[in-house]
Write a protein that binds this ligand. Structure first.
Ligand SMILES: [Zn+2]
Length: 74
């Protein structure tokens, strides 16, 4: 039943999007909290990077940091 599978996938995506919308957006890499090199903000929005890993977009100035491996969420 491909229609039900599609619906399930859409619901799953929506839940994941909602979860990422409410996450605090703070991360730690190599034992140090991730900080925007431009504005020093410490909250980011996460999205997958097509080249692997994740992008973290600064919630204040929108600079994007690309991590080849996902940093730990705090
Ligand atoms: Zn910034």
């Amino acid at each position: 039943m491909p229609d039900i599978t599609k619906t399930f996938k859409a619901v799953h995506r929506a839940i994941k999007a909602a979860a990422s919308a409410v996450n605090p957006g703070e991360y730690q890499a190599a034992g140090t909290q991730v900080q925007c090199p431009h504005c020093r903000h410490r909250e980011f929005n996460e999205s997958p990077n097509l080249g692997g890993g994740v992008n973290l977009a600064c919630r204040k100035c929108y600079l994007v940091l690309w991590f080849a491996q996902k940093p730990n969420a705090l």
